[in-house]
Design a protein around this ligand. Structure first.
Ligand code: SF4
Length: 362
């Protein structure tokens, strides 16, 4: 039996897997105990990954040779790999010759490995000479990219899974991680079991399985996230829960932000978001002080925020991302273990390919 290390292609957690095979047949899959995303764990989807490659299913769903149609409405017929490569190259060559380099484009996926993205980019930008290459990760992540750039100046999430075990407060917005990022969520549950003082806040109009774990669930009116985040900053300023020394040392333009949130009073935010003032007050305190109370202002614990498509897939997605990251900057909840904004991705390599290699807005 042969074993091959790879990555589960399904969700943004990116669990490491060990694929077992005999000859051309995949016979099993198990979690990679050395992989830092999952340390050997897999969810139901990952642990049944090999079943999608059984000979019966593969015969129904996989092409074993390239296929070509003589004309568009003809039946596809198998052709040799060499002929397929030559045909594809000549079709691209014809289009480029007749209409120019920008007449062709490539659309990739966040499921590819970084090395694959690199080779495609070499082909498209280096050899063909066009910028027409993009991935479906833009649909997921362009708001996250723009939010990071607007606030931190670079698209580089300053967090990792190990931060779960160092956080005193985890603030989850626009994400049902219990379903969408199951192995990461198990790590959050474990971190909470190891630290019963940890506070979990979930911002979601729906009462999800993720919300079931929360100490505080804020079921806000859909689309009112920016107002909520501004309202939390308003309370933090009023109560003295911001980190003035951090703001002085590491930020610019805080005066404008302070002016912007002046009108986001608890009364107004509660009315617009459909939330209680008590809930807003508790959320602001736990976020600012890392789950602690007023006595902890001088030695605040860490706050980690997790967010996903509930913030990103929106006509105001960039503003939602930026308003949440601004809370981290205002409270110094960034740049240390357990603290910072952690944008969850929808696909395992949305960051590596779409953002680090290909994305023209990065
Ligand atoms: S959590 Fe995601 S990456 Fe991990 S095994 Fe499940 S589907 Fe695959």
């Amino acid at each position: 039996m042969q074993e091959t290390r790879s990555t589960c292609p399904y969700c943004g957690v990116g669990c490491g897997v060990i694929i077992e095979s005999v000859g051309d047949d995949i016979t099993g899959v198990r979690g990679d105990p050395e992989h830092p995303a999952n340390f050997g764990r897999l969810c139901t989807k990952g642990s049944t990954l090999h079943l999608t490659a059984t000979p019966t299913l593969a015969a129904q769903s996989r092409l074993l040779t390239p296929q070509s149609r003589a004309q568009r409405d003809a039946e596809p017929a198998p052709i040799h790999w060499d002929s397929a490569m030559a045909l594809a190259a000549s079709r691209f060559g014809d289009v480029i010759e007749r209409h120019g380099r920008d007449a062709v484009g490539f659309y990739l996926s966040g499921q590819l490995l970084t090395e694959d993205y690199y080779v495609f980019n070499k082909l498209v930008k280096g050899l063909i000479g066009t910028n027409n290459i993009d991935t479906n990760s833009r649909l997921c992540m362009s708001s996250a990219v723009a939010g990071y750039k607007a606030t931190l100046g670079a698209d580089a999430p300053p967090t990792c899974y190990d931060d779960f075990q160092h956080a005193g407060c985890i603030f989850i917005a626009g994400s049902n991680a219990a379903w969408a990022h199951p192995v990461a969520f198990r790590r959050i549950e474990e971190a909470r079991a190891a630290n019963p003082r940890m506070k979990i806040i979930v911002v979601d109009p729906r009462r999800t399985e993720t919300a079931a774990l929360a100490d505080l669930h804020l079921p806000l009116q859909p689309g009112t996230d920016v107002m909520l985040f501004h309202g939390l900053l308003h309370i933090m300023l009023w109560e003295g829960w911001v980190d003035a020394a951090y703001i002085d040392r590491h930020t610019r333009g805080f005066g404008e932000l302070r002016a912007l949130v002046r009108e986001a009073t608890p009364e107004r935010v509660a009315a617009i978001c459909g939330l209680s003032r008590d809930g807003l007050q508790r959320a602001a305190r736990w976020f600012g002080l890392g789950g602690g109370d007023e006595r902890d202002v001088g030695a605040r614990s860490a706050t980690l925020s997790l967010y996903c498509q509930g913030l990103n897939q929106s006509s105001s997605g960039t503003a939602k991302n930026a308003a949440l990251i601004n809370l981290h900057l205002a409270t110094g909840q960034i740049g240390r273990a357990g603290a910072g904004p952690f944008s969850l991705t929808g696909q395992p390599n949305a960051m590596g390919g779409a953002r680090s290699v290909a994305c023209p807005i990065c």
